[in-house]
Ligand binder design. Structure first.
Ligand code: G1P
Length: 318
């Protein structure tokens, strides 16, 4: 299955930091945010990762291209871990599609239509990180359990924030296939904890996130509703496993909220002919980097889970 990562947005909220560099290249700890997202797609066995970008974002292409000179220089200086990190980023198998005009998320996905073809596909929004890489496999499992239906991720948000998101109306699925799943990690995390333990294998990635297991059948969706019109507090959270019908619908989806071609509007049309499901993501598992506040919070929370960084960050912020 192919994975699309839309990365052509303007990054307005981070100006002037994003004047000359793409917002997707802002660091979360030691890596640019988009590298986590590419690695998540590859961990879910995506056989191609297509980044939808534009000419002003060449830094993303450069990041995922080899830099032999730098890697050799680091290796000769004995900085083998850094040399390996440079080689790793340059070796990740990504391709690029161009979105020449900022016409919305739905339009960005349509720009990858040729690469995706007539197959189901993942969409991973770069503003959202799921560092334990466990969400896409759960979404695939729910899809397979329901005849290959589309599955999206949702997270509960404070009611006053619903107008920033796509919001779903949904009913819980009876006989939820994920409840009691033996492979799901057990919750050990507290959301702002400074408790951490060394992972012998990785030397990082300390806490196992708690995982929400509720599966919903989606009955309706609305993009950025007014607070008093939102059908729930369940917000679409940046991960989608979609059937090929969505790509066909996007070919004729008209501009919606904010004058942009919205993926959510295509999903509304999909519901007329196909079932759709949603998996609830726990706040311990999924991280937002879309605003300065959430990007900072994500850096702090991930640093609190990192063996090298936790002592300093916990001393600074508790
Ligand atoms: C997009 C989607 C929205 C979703 C949000 C967070 O909005 O259109 O439905 O809730 O991402 O994943 P954006 O943040 O691009 O305005």
């Amino acid at each position: 299955m192919k994975a699309i990562i839309p990365a052509a947005g303007l990054g307005t909220r981070f100006l002037p930091a994003t004047k000359a560099q793409p917002k997707e290249m802002l660091p979360v700890l030691e890596r640019p945010a988009i590298q986590y997202v590419v690695e998540e797609a590859l961990a879910a066995n995506a056989n191609e990762v297509v980044i939808v970008s534009n000419a002003s974002k060449r830094a993303i292409e450069e990041h995922f291209s080899p830099n032999k000179t730098l890697a050799e220089h680091l290796a000769q200086a004995g900085k083998t871990a850094f040399a390996a990190a440079v080689e790793h980023a340059g070796s990740l198998p990504v391709t690029f599609a161009e979105q020449t005009e900022p016409l919305g998320l739905g339009h960005a996905i349509r720009c990858a239509a040729t690469a995706v073809g007539d197959e189901p596909f993942y969409v991973l929004l770069g503003d959202v990180l799921v560092p334990d890489n466990a969400l896409l496999p759960r979404m695939l499992e729910v899809s397979q359990h329901n005849g290959g239906a589309s599955v999206i991720a949702v997270m509960r948000v404070p009611h006053e924030d619903v107008s920033r998101f796509g919001i779903i109306d949904a009913v819980p699925v009876e006989g939820n296939p994920l409840v009691g799943h033996p492979e799901l990690p057990v919750s050990t995390a507290t959301s702002s904890s400074c408790h951490f333990e060394m992972s012998a294998a990785a030397g990082e990635a300390i806490e196992k996130p708690s995982v929400a297991t509720t599966v919903w059948e989606v009955k309706a969706l609305v993009e950025k509703p007014p607070v008093d019109e939102a059908p729930s507090d369940l917000a679409i959270f940046g991960r989608y496993l979609l059937t090929p019908a969505v790509m066909r619908i996007l070919e004729h989806t008209a501009p919606g909220a904010g004058g942009e071609i919205q993926l959510t509007d295509a999903l509304v049309e999909l519901l007329a002919t196909e079932k759709m499901f949603a998996i609830e993501v726990s706040p311990d598992e999924g991280f937002d980097t879309g605003t300065i506040a959430s990007w900072l919070e994500t850096n702090i929370r991930l640093a609190q889970r990192n063996a090298q960084l936790a002592p300093a960050i916990c001393a600074a912020v508790g």
